[in-house]
Design a protein around this ligand. Sequence first.
Ligand code: SF4
Length: 197
Amino acid sequence: MKEEDLIPVYYIKRFHFCPRTVYFEAVLGYKEYEKEYMIEGSEEHESEELKLNRRKNVFPYSGEEVLESWNNLELKSEKLGIVGKVDSIVKTKNATYLIERKNSLGHKKPNKDHLYQAMAYVLLAEENLNIKIDYIKLHYLKNDKIFTIKIDQALRKHVLWTIEKIKEIIDKAYLYPYIKLPYCEGCGFADICKYFR
Ligand code: SF4
């Protein structure tokens, strides 16, 4: 499989936000309009990674001793057909965690689209590093909200299903029907979406 045929993991987040966005980017080559907060946010993201690197022996989310850690890993899997960059993985005596940071506000529950994206990173990391990951930590940097999610079979299966659905959009150039969503107005694909209703 050629590198350019692999699906970037952020498409999994996109699919769960709205599957039409995958069509606009992957099939039509349209790029999402980048909002100002996204540019500011990337600086916060880097400073969190620095914090983790400075405290090499202590896992800041639990105070446990770090046995092994990996940061900013560019990984791919031909078997799954995906490619992406993992923020951090930390192994302690009790468990192994995948950490995914978001430059946004956290709410009462973790966003499903972020959770599925993180789960795809788990699958990539497990295959490439030959490890088993037990938990996902989703860290929302804007209000320091942190969720710990135990990984189970249902989560794994749902992400594999999502990857298949994304492949279908790309291979069959399939555009999901338009349904007005509460967040359409803030969508970075709204400009092109209006021509395909
Ligand atoms: S504007 Fe709404 S329907 Fe169109 S791509 Fe964005 S979220 Fe989906």
